[in-house]
Design a protein around this ligand. Structure first.
Ligand code: AMP
Ligand code: MG
Length: 421
């Protein structure tokens, strides 16, 4: 048996960062930037008003107070998107809206609340300023967000909504990123029926394809669903070959004792494969290897293949532990692990056979402390145990039991509000 770490290290040694592509900025959400982005503009482009009010010369207001307002002649109004052609001179003001460029001559903006505007009838030709205004008040300076020529986003940055917004603020419609991997997904098993079909006796619906495809999508890759292969050499070979243009192939099922030989023969013929027993539960049987494919120029390409166990919980847990980091590495990401928290386990748990156990749990934060409780029956066929969980409690290989109240490590599957994060 090999450890979880050894298995992961081996898998990661077979995958490399993919090429770059140029995509519309909105499609790049979650992708890794493959260029340094410099600004060709000042943002904001011009000094502009941070408040609705009057653009003035601050020195006019040196003696102003609510009892003796300073009276200025209003010579223009400027709204956002327009530029006033008038110039503010001593004794004058220009009515200005938030975001509008500060007119020539003005050195500050006084907000409406500090004027007597509410007591005046439009059209307003004169305004009283009720307080002393500091020079530069309520002015957003040109380039205060981004100065022209500066490095705004560094190559290697993961693009989140804020970075997509920054790119848009620079006027960029497209951006160079590391492309998303295409992950082919193949379910195996004579017992499987695709969703949307009637369910004959003795059969079950193929759920792994959909839970795995959803995980692929969640982590930013593109699923390519190959459907269901029967447990025959011909069926498996034919389906596998449809996935040869992918960047990674995920199969589920056929790696436990029952189907082992047939799958092993096919996979060995189509590439190289190792069957591992990983010291973990769920998910002990795991296959990893490469499948031979051809690249566009006809050269032989080796596609990493991860054979996930068939049990619905096992396939999801092994995906999170092994396929997810591989996908993230291909996407150029550096942080490949999910967040971990320490939590107090609220019920006892046992580890009967010296493997690392991943128990489905609900983690909650109460009074600054995380608490975890299990989601009920933990069989690897009980998919609802995943659906109820937001984390996986880890019982180390060498720990036979954890008592209620002991602290455990929890791998967070979802980092949501209920977990306090
Ligand atoms: P296997 O590893 O092929 O022996 O599968 C182990 C268990 O997982 C069996 O009970 C299968 O019926 C179940 N299983 C395998 N593949 C799927 C799938 N795609 N969807 C749902 N259950 C599956
Ligand atoms: Mg099977």
């Amino acid at each position: 048996m090999i450890s979880v770490e050894e298995a992961l290290e081996k898998i990661l040694s077979y995958v490399s960062v993919l090429e770059t592509e140029e995509v519309p900025i909105l499609s790049a959400l979650g992708q890794v930037l493959a260029e340094d982005v410099r600004s060709s503009l000042n943002i904001p482009p011009l000094d502009n008003a941070a408040m609705d009010g009057y653009a003035i010369q601050a020195s006019d207001t040196a003696e102003a107070s609510p009892h003796s307002p300073c009276r200025l002649r209003v010579i223009d109004t400027v709204i956002a998107g327009a530029i006033s052609e008038r110039e503010v001179t001593p004794g004058t003001a220009i009515r200005i809206m938030t975001g509008a460029p500060v007119p020539k001559g003005a050195d500050s903006v006084v907000k409406f609340e500090d004027t007597d505007e509410t007591q005046r009838q439009p059209p307003i030709t004169e305004i009283g300023i009720l307080c002393k205004v500091k020079p530069s008040a309520n002015i957003r300076r040109a380039g205060e967000d981004i100065a022209k020529g500066t490095l705004v986003l560094r190559k290697g940055t993961v693009l989140r909504p804020a970075e997509i917004g920054v790119l848009a603020s620079l006027g960029r419609s497209r951006v160079k990123v590391i492309r998303r991997p295409v992950v082919a997904i193949l379910a195996t098993g004579n017992e499987l029926v695709d969703i949307g079909q009637p369910l004959p006796p003795g059969k079950i619906y193929n759920s792994n394809t959909y839970s795995v495809a959803a995980l692929v999508q969640r982590y930013g890759a593109v699923p390519k669903i190959l459907g269901i292969a029967l447990d025959t050499e011909d069926s498996l070979t034919a389906k596998l070959r449809q996935g040869l243009d992918a960047d990674m192939l995920l199969t589920s099922g056929g790696v436990s004792a029952g189907d082992y030989d047939m799958v092993k023969d096919v996979l060995a013929r189509e590439g190289e494969i190792s069957f591992w027993t990983v010291r973990m539960k769920p998910g002990k049987p795991l296959a990893f290897g490469t499948i031979r494919g051809a690249s566009q120029d006809g050269a032989i390409r080796r596609i990493p293949h991860l054979g996930l166990p068939g049990n619905p919980v096992s396939s999801m847990v092994t995906f999170e532990l092994f396929a997810r980091p591989a996908i993230l590495k291909m996407m150029g990401k550096k942080n490949l692990s999910k967040p971990m928290v320490e939590a107090v386990l609220e019920e006892p748990a046992v580890n009967t056979d010296g493997r690392r156990v991943y128990l489905r749990a609900v983690v909650e934060k109460r009074n600054g402390q995380y608490y975890a409780r299990l989601t009920g029956p933990q069989g690897s066929g009980i998919l609802t145990s995943m659906s109820l969980a937001n984390g996986l409690v880890i019982i180390p290989e060498d720990k036979k039991e954890v008592k209620a109240g002991e602290t455990v490590q929890v791998l967070m599957l979802d980092w949501n509000e209920e977990a306090g994060g």
